[in-house]
Ligand binder design. Structure first.
Ligand code: GLU
Length: 286
């Protein structure tokens, strides 16, 4: 890690309050903090609270408290996605005006049945390849984004065959082919909220994030977000995808691993410095 002072660096922590944070989240956020400190930059905290079926107010409090307990710090105010709906609606309207999205009335089950790819191979924000036969014709008129339009699922029409690439600061050159490695992805949900892909792309761009530090399970999402950021005419940030922490069976840590949640570790007497020392030791090989 270099220590060049770069006052224009802005990073972010983006936890989701859908459970208690575990050691894997903590390590990713610690790396984000280290990179912001090393760059002499700013670090924001974004509360990714759009998944109303899973978000709980006590998880919001817990994630902030647990990160503070660990010694992480960020700039005030915390950015809360559920308070930014007008920004996401405006972005959706721009994608709509550019003819880059289309309404999708197929159920999740129909999509899963028609798709040949394995769902979720790229983490919880991945989705199966959208069947091209479900796409409306490119010149089909788009319904407007009135109340009914905003109560509809909308998808981004990916540029089939185009190779998207970015140079990851840890993993090196990453590339994927649109329409093959990932398909038309959800940008708006019929319950009136943006998908993670749209909200994240809009926030990273509008909040002036210069480097996105997050888990490697999101590499595939990055290609989708690059398309959205480009379509909206914003500057693309740099990316650093951290290795995922595995449990002793070699499986990725998830919020169900209660024994490795920061809460549980704290209750059992583990100290922040013990955790941070472990991260610092591991970071030699990150
Ligand atoms: N809150 C998102 C998540 O759980 C992370 C988003 C990001 O860092 O882009 O996975």
């Amino acid at each position: 890690m270099n220590s060049v002072v770069n006052p224009s660096y802005t990073g972010r922590l983006a936890p989701s309050p859908t459970g208690y944070l575990h050691l894997g989240h903590a390590r990713t956020f610690w790396i984000a903090r280290q990179r912001a400190l090393a760059a002499g930059g700013r670090l924001l905290l974004r509360n990714d609270d759009l998944d109303a079926s899973r978000v709980r107010p006590d998880f919001v409090e817990a994630m902030l408290a647990d990160l503070r307990w660990l010694g992480l710090a960020w700039e005030d105010p915390v950015i809360t996605q559920s308070q930014r709906l007008p920004a996401y609606r405006a972005a959706l309207a721009r994608l709509h005006a550019a003819g880059l999205i289309f309404p999708c009335h197929h159920s999740r089950r129909e999509l899963a049945e028609a798709s040949v790819s394995a769902p979720h191979e790229g983490g919880e924000h991945d989705e199966p390849l959208y069947p091209p036969s479900f796409r409306p014709a490119p010149d089909a008129p788009l319904p407007s984004l009135d109340a009914a339009g905003l109560a509809t699922n909308w998808r981004f029409r990916v540029p089939d065959g185009e190779t998207l690439a970015f140079n990851d600061a840890r993993c090196g050159l990453q590339s994927a082919v649109a329409g093959k490695d990932f398909g038309d992805f959800l940008v708006w949900r019929k319950d009136g909220v943006p998908s993670y892909q749209l909200a994240c792309a809009v926030d990273d761009a509008e909040l002036g994030i210069t480097e996105v530090v997050r888990g490697a399970d999101l590499i595939k999402s990055t290609f989708r977000q690059l398309l959205v950021i480009r379509a909206l005419g914003h500057v693309v940030p740099a990316y650093y995808h951290c290795p995922l922490m595995l449990d002793d069976r070699g499986e990725r840590l998830a919020k169900r691993h209660d024994s490795l949640s920061l809460r549980t570790l704290r209750e059992r007497g583990t100290t922040p410095s013990e955790i941070l020392r472990q991260f610092a030791d591991e970071s030699v090989c990150l």
